[in-house]
Design a protein around this ligand. Structure first.
Ligand code: FAD
Length: 389
């Protein structure tokens, strides 16, 4: 079974090394953090020092210059081992906006330090309480005043904000009713969090059902130097959109890792637990949900790998990125269901880690994009049905 849960064999060496690193952070480590809702500082430090969070940054900026599939292999292994990469996964991909759209000065200034971990760019300020999924309705406004922008508004669910040096912020620079299209007039900024904290920016943690270090952020006349605008003013929504496929593929790989963890745990337990004179795994009522979740996981994984291959060869991969995100998150949830059910009452005991992973895996049907929005994308953009919103 080990082999099946490790496939595919791509980036085998990286997977092996990440697996060894993760073995230093067992269930007890994650359980304690979960209880305290604390940040996995030592784990993130270890991943950073090993260079994994700078894996996708080109070598000329001090990163490993690896393809997206290597990033996916790293994140999958973290989740397959029982850990959770949500505390730092964004360090891997938010930088893509600077890499693709930043000025040469911004690339030189930020990317080498992000590659070493000296600067953490892992806060992504897009979602707002009133606009939610309807991103172009966001209200945070950045007003140009001389050589700076003055920002007012609010973000919600800005994860890792308390553990980031920089934030990529999406704000309106032209009021929605004055922009030619609703997708225009939005701009992206690099915010120096340390400088802004207490100077127009307030961070308030939100306690969630799993340990996610997420926050809400308030901007009250926060000043951002004009040189921190990324790309052209007004084109920020496009920049955010074109980073989404990479993000969705990487999140899919985490869900694949979660599914594999649940399946292994369920299979092992079903063989060990003996009732009525036989292992419970001999009963089809126990066996089939686990087998079904495995089949679902393999289908999602196959689509994920199609998406990664297309992404790496520069082909459009929106269909695969969206559908794999949905299928992999669903497979992780099905595997979590099968795992908790297989464990009976013990599935609810913290020391088995099943309930913790179960809570963690649920998020990916909502964030970074919820299932309905993926189905809308497929209905409209893949199948050509009328736009629904
Ligand atoms: C723990 C956590 C961490 C997060 N981290 C970040 C982060 O770091 N940065 C960031 O910017 N955001 C982050 N998010 C936000 C996340 O991306 C949003 O929660 C998600 O996009 C959904 O938005 P919403 O919560 O406002 O739900 P809403 O937009 O209010 O939607 C509520 C429900 O209605 C459904 N719905 C809405 N409109 C339609 C429609 N037209 N058709 C069908 N169904 C519809 C949605 O699918 C959803 O199920 C995070 C969220 C969570 C919970």
């Amino acid at each position: 079974m080990d082999q099946q849960l490790r496939q595919p064999d791509d980036h085998a060496e990286i997977r092996e090394e990440v697996g060894k690193l993760c073995a230093r952070f067992p269930g007890e480590y994650w359980r304690k953090l979960d209880w305290d809702r604390a940040y996995p500082t030592e784990f993130v430090q270890a991943l950073t020092e090993a260079g994994y969070l700078g894996a996708l940054i080109p070598e000329e900026y001090g990163g490993a210059g690896l393809p997206l599939s290597a990033g996916a292999a790293i994140l999958e292994e973290v989740h397959r081992s029982g850990g959770n990469a949500a505390a730092c996964h964004a360090q891997m991909y938010i930088m893509g906006t600077i890499l693709r759209h930043g000025s040469p000065e911004q690339k030189r200034k930020y990317l080498p330090k992000i590659a070493t971990g000296e600067l953490r760019l892992q806060a992504f300020g897009v979602t707002e309480p009133t606009s939610g999924t309807d991103t172009t309705a966001l209200r945070t406004f950045a007003k140009k005043e001389g050589d700076k922008y003055v920002v007012n508004g609010q973000k919600i669910w800005t994860s890792r904000a308390e553990h980031s040096d920089l934030m990529l912020l999406l704000a309106r620079t032209t009021p929605r009713d004055q922009a030619k299209k609703r997708t225009e007039g939005l701009s992206t900024f690099i915010v120096d969090m340390k400088a802004a904290l207490g100077n127009g920016m307030t961070i308030r943690p939100i306690r969630t059902m799993m340990n996610h270090n997420t926050t809400e952020i308030f901007f009250d006349n926060m000043e951002v130097p004009a040189e921190n605008l990324v790309g052209e003013e007004g084109s920020g929504f496009r920049y955010i959109l074109d980073g989404m496929n990479a993000e969705r593929l990487l999140i899919s790989s985490e869900s694949v890792g979660d599914a594999k963890w649940f399946i292994r745990k369920a299979v092992d337990y079903s063989k060990e637990r003996v009732l009525f004179g036989r292992p419970i795994g001999q009963n089809q009522g126990v066996q089939f949900p686990i087998a079904r979740a495995y089949a679902q996981m393999r289908a999602g994984e196959a689509l994920l790998h199609q998406g990664l291959a297309k992404f790496e060869s520069g082909q459009p991969c929106g269909e695969e990125a969206n559908m794999s995100k949905m299928l992999c998150a669903d497979a992780a949830w099905a595997a979590g269901e099968a795992c908790i059910q297989t464990h009976g009452g013990f599935g609810f005991a913290e020391e088995y880690d099943v309930e913790r992973k179960y809570r963690e895996a649920r998020l990916y049907q909502v964030a970074p994009i919820s299932t309905n929005m993926i189905l809308s994308y497929v209905g409209q953009h893949v199948l050509g049905m009328p736009r629904s919103y």
